[in-house]
Design a binder for this molecule. Sequence first.
Ligand SMILES: C[S@@+](CC[C@H](N)C(=O)[O-])C[C@H]1O[C@@H](n2cnc3c(N)ncnc32)[C@H](O)[C@@H]1O
Length: 289
Amino acid sequence: MSVNYHTPVMLKETIDLLNVRYGKTYVDCTLGGGGHAKAILQVLGSGGWVLGIDQDESAIEAARIRLSEHQNIRCVKDNFRNLKKILSGPVDGILLDLGVSSHQIDAAERGFSIREDGPLDMRMDCSLPLTAETIVDHYDQEELARIFREYGEERFAGRVAKGIILARGTGDIKTTLQLKTIIEKAIPTWKKRESVTRIFQALRIAVNEELRSLETILKDAVDLLRPGGRLVVISYHSLEDRLVKHSLRQAKEEKKLKVLTKKPLTPSEAEIASNARARSAKLRAGERL
Ligand SMILES: C[S@@+](CC[C@H](N)C(=O)[O-])C[C@H]1O[C@@H](n2cnc3c(N)ncnc32)[C@H](O)[C@@H]1O
């Protein structure tokens, strides 16, 4: 099987800001395709070790294969919000490259794509019961509107929620393209694609409780670093970036952290041209005092 590996987003900036050094220990909380982890391992050589975490079993399996030549990585299937329980001691660097991976988006059967038809699933951890279909089929109009407004920042949240409730009367909403059609009908402007993207984002965040997990890890990560240890976070939408910004600021006020990025770093034009996914990336980093 040939596997298409995507270049990790903001790779050089990530490795530089993590301050990867021989003999040190790092946690990649979002292992995904293992791209960032591989680069960390290459800099580390045989000294030090890496713990890779992902809540997606198939990401863990793929990363284990890709990184099999390295002896000093352990891959764990878990939610990064449990990091405090997973680690037995402090580490020198923690990386978060948030959101979904291109592997997850490209697999139509996972239900993340707005381009290809698939089941309304959107779970990163397929062992959990809540899917996007459950939300779309069972949540009431008010709750749907809240999700679309809060997690998608969608101005037509109420209309889309109403459209879904009406469509339920004509049969189940089972697939991504069925949902896309319903959203498009509900949006009164020609900017339908942006709304579809925002509604899908909102559902994904709700299914995976993404903001709750992020809040927990941001709260814990600083305390899990050795003095001089680095936290690097790459986020892809304003809700995430706001949480990261506030949490770094708070740790700074508590005199626990030096913020290394006054403004978030963004990818170069060249990176965006070669990797569309990098377009919305924002990288923030801090150093444990
Ligand atoms: C953007 S991808 C990471 C790509 C990776 N940096 C690389 O170079 O290939 C994000 C990954 O984080 C995982 N993920 C997202 N939220 C998570 C969470 N709360 N706990 C564990 N893994 C999570 C997703 O399953 C996905 O595989």
